[in-house]
Design a protein around this ligand. Structure first.
Ligand SMILES: [Zn+2]
Length: 152
């Protein structure tokens, strides 16, 4: 279990519709046909090119020309609601990572000042990443400050 205190990113998975043309039974796309058959063996309808539409869930690998996985960690967030994503800095920017220690004690005297410093760090490293996530793969992208624990 990893723990992180500071800035992190949340968002919702976005889906896109993909249409492809395939040779299938024109009456029921699930009937099994051979592309060289003229008629469907199950229902007798014509076999020919049909448009098949599928929903696909986008993910960070869909961001063109950007190895964003080097910049952010997207944990397998076991108990997160379905369709929601979370990301923390892979540089430790914007917060405190408390991993693999038996004991931690962190007193914060001036939360506002710590928060401001963390925000500067986080945005210096990740402002561009956040824009890419919003543009290409996730909806409702938000930057939050708080405590996250996750399996990685
Ligand atoms: Zn058929």
């Amino acid at each position: 279990m990893e723990t992180h205190f500071g800035y992190y990113i949340t968002g919702k998975e976005r889906t896109e519709e993909i249409s492809t043309t395939e040779v299938r039974c024109t009456e029921n796309h699930d009937h099994i046909v051979h592309p060289k058959q003229k008629f469907c063996g199950e229902c007798g309808a014509m076999v020919g090119p049909v448009t098949v539409t599928e929903q696909r869930t986008l993910w960070y690998d869909d961001i063109p020309d950007e190895d964003i996985t080097d910049h952010l960690i997207f944990p397998e967030y076991c108990d997160a609601p379905a369709g929601e994503i979370i990301a923390v800095s892979n540089y430790g920017a914007g917060g405190l990572d408390i991993d693999g220690h038996d004991y931690n004690e962190i007193a914060i005297d001036n939360l506002e000042e710590v928060k401001r410093k963390h925000f500067e760090e986080f945005m210096t490293k990740h402002a561009h990443d956040i824009e890419l996530l919003k543009k290409y793969v996730y909806d409702d992208v938000e930057i939050k400050y708080g405590f996250v624990s996750y399996d990685y």
